[in-house]
Write a protein that binds this ligand. Structure first.
Ligand SMILES: [Zn+2]
Ligand SMILES: [Zn+2]
Length: 376
């Protein structure tokens, strides 16, 4: 999920690289086998220690988490959230003073309704993995967002055939309403709409079940793309909210991004070293990319990836510059009904910010009439 959803990150092939220029580990002087960042060749042991330290430092610096507090982790099965879950698990398994002091429950949002309802062997394997790790986990269908009670929508699992969901209620009506909304939305805007609805569903769940912090798996590579993409779509300085450690746009709730300073490449290395299994469930970005449909997001992603290959500090430069953005305080407090950000446009007859208006532009009438249900 941007989100808690990270399936579309450009995954670089893992190799136990053969560094020519930097053949020694910068930490211990032994033979290096990984170059995650330029001039930082490391052996596997030192890289793992660096990775864990960086993760723990990000959590520690925030000073947000209380002892024994129950925190929700948005799990998409993608490489970022798999790494996040593994770091949390290691933190919880540590002895005494190093142990993470908060408790973690996991939520997976099943977006299958948008991609042909395919609960398959990958989903089953994912459930088995979660069960093995011992976390309490919830599974919700995306269309549950349109149901008045999320408590009734949580999927349980048959103990005899572990991995196959048992439906306590049917959500056919909600599903067809949601599909109508997405059918009416332009293909290049569908992923943004999906991410907004996913955020809203997580928020609704957190409010209903008493969580006030949600851990997200977004990494620096994806967030830098998201930042530039947001600016291209007219978000202006509000784009900064998408990359902060603690996103506070929803009252009383923190969306926390402890992986936000990791490059996608570092996460790939770590996941491969630990031999973790991750899953690639479809989303609109991957669907559009495989259908060769271009979108601003893809163009931005390719642009940054190309620049990064020429100038390896590109991603961190974009990320750090974005971190310095702060919204103008114009004294106005218009809250966008879709993304929940306070915006500075005083356009009459709209409750949407400029960027969200673009998502809703050029859509069929049906979408407009269905849109208010998204504002719950
Ligand atoms: Zn070393
Ligand atoms: Zn908005």
């Amino acid at each position: 999920m941007a989100t808690c959803n990270d399936n579309d990150d450009k995954v670089e092939t893992f190799t136990t690289a053969k560094p020519k220029l930097y053949s020694k580990c910068v930490k211990c002087g032994n033979k290096a086998s990984i170059i995650a960042r330029i001039k930082d060749a490391m052996c596997i042991g030192c890289f793992d220690a660096y990775y864990v330290h960086k993760f723990r430092a990000a959590l520690g610096k925030s000073r947000l988490f209380l002892n024994e507090e129950r925190v929700l982790l948005a799990y998409s099965g993608g490489i970022n959230s798999v790494s996040l879950l593994s770091m949390v698990k290691r933190g919880l398994d540590e002895s005494s003073h190093k142990k993470l002091q908060f408790l973690v429950d996991v939520i997976f949002i099943d977006e299958g309704c948008l991609f042909g309802d395919t609960w398959n062997s990958e989903n089953i394997l994912m459930i088995e993995n979660l069960t093995t790790l011992g976390f309490r986990f919830y599974i919700l269908k995306l269309e549950s967002y349109l149901h008045p009670s999320l408590k009734l929508c949580i999927q349980t699992f048959d103990t005899l055939t572990i991995g196959w969901p048992v439906y306590t209620i049917h959500l056919e009506c909600e599903k067809s309403r949601l599909l109508k909304i997405f059918e009416s939305c332009h293909s290049s805007n569908k992923q943004q709409l999906l991410e907004l609805i996913r955020y809203k569903l997580l928020t609704k769940f957190a409010y209903e079940f008493g969580y006030n912090k949600i851990l997200m798996g977004d990494n620096a590579t994806r967030l830098s793309t998201q930042l530039l993409h947001g600016i291209c779509r007219g978000k202006g300085s509000l784009a900064n909210y998408d990359i902060t450690f603690a996103d506070t746009r929803f009252p009383g709730l923190y969306f926390c991004r402890p992986m936000r300073e990791f490059l996608a490449k570092e996460i790939v290395f770590s996941v491969n070293i630990s031999k973790l299994k991750y899953f690639n469930f479809p989303n609109f970005d991957s669907v559009n990319r495989s259908a060769n449909k271009s979108s601003i997001f893809h163009v931005t992603e390719d642009f940054l990836a190309e620049l990064h290959s020429l100038q390896p500090f590109t991603t961190s430069t974009v990320f750090r510059t974005g971190n310095k953005l702060s919204p103008l305080n114009t004294g106005q407090s218009n809250i966008c009904a879709l993304c929940m950000l306070t915006h500075e446009y005083s356009i009459t007859n709209t409750t949407l910010c400029y960027s969200c208006q673009r998502i809703c532009d050029n859509v069929k009438g049906e979408f407009v009439t269905l849109l208010p249900i998204l504002f719950m």
